[in-house]
Design a protein around this ligand. Structure first.
Ligand SMILES: O=C(O)C(=O)C[C@H](O)[C@H](O)COP(=O)(O)O
Length: 202
């Protein structure tokens, strides 16, 4: 999974307003060269949007985001999702995800949370919210006691700093929403989204 995520480079974090706009958004991201999309379970349309993107834009890997409870894990497994992420983790979530037939990336914000994730076998974690927690300094600091840990920093990253994050040896990909901002999606600005995606992939 590490090499797959390294190929993804940037994981766009999407809040699905509705199915049609999320499919159009996924197409724009895919045209811009993006390999994956994280559709968060923040809205009622999310699961339907996940299924529709998988059917209609098969070139892009669809991950589920904001998978915060064991029930969420069940919902995304039932929807056929192969990769799920969370901004955090509870003991219950870690236990459920460790047993579930999917790849899971829990969120961590501290050494102790990282250790709990590792204890359940999760070697790659989302660092969230990365920028306010300490950003690159924190990633470097965690690299000392946890040289084997890998991260997808998310939260507060943008076009001006994500490359610095990607240059860290313990970063496999970066999460962010700058290329899928709500006003771009509501305005149907697919070409702008495509060019922001293309820029992020270079
Ligand atoms: O909802 C989740 O599961 C999350 O992990 C949170 C998102 O990743 C961040 O909201 C994206 O952060 P920004 O790029 O700063 O907008």
């Amino acid at each position: 999974m590490e090499s797959l995520l390294r190929d993804c480079r940037v994981l766009p974090v999407v809040t699905a307003r509705d199915v049609a706009s999320t499919v159009a958004l996924a197409r724009a991201l895919q045209r811009g060269g993006m390999r994956a999309i994280e559709i968060t379970l923040r809205t009622p349309a999310a699961l339907e949007a996940i299924a529709a993107v998988r059917d209609e834009v098969p070139e892009i890997l669809v991950a589920a985001g904001t998978v915060n409870t064991p029930q969420d894990v069940e919902r995304v497994v039932a929807a056929g999702v192969g990769l799920a992420l969370s901004p955090g983790a509870t003991p219950q979530l870690l236990a459920a995800a460790a047993e579930a037939p999917l790849d899971f990336i829990p969120g961590i914000a501290s050494a102790s949370e990282l250790m709990a994730a590792q204890a359940h076998g999760f070697g790659i974690c989302k660092l969230f919210p990365a920028a306010v927690l300490g950003g690159i300094d924190l990633l470097r600091a965690l690299g000392g006691p946890f040289p084997e840990a890998r991260f997808c920093p998310t939260g507060g990253l943008g076009p001006d700093n994500f490359r610095d994050y990607l240059a860290q040896p313990n970063v496999v990909c970066c999460g962010g929403s700058w290329m899928v901002a709500g006003d771009l999606v509501s305005g149907g600005e697919w070409e702008t989204i495509e060019s922001l995606a293309r820029e992020a992939m270079h």
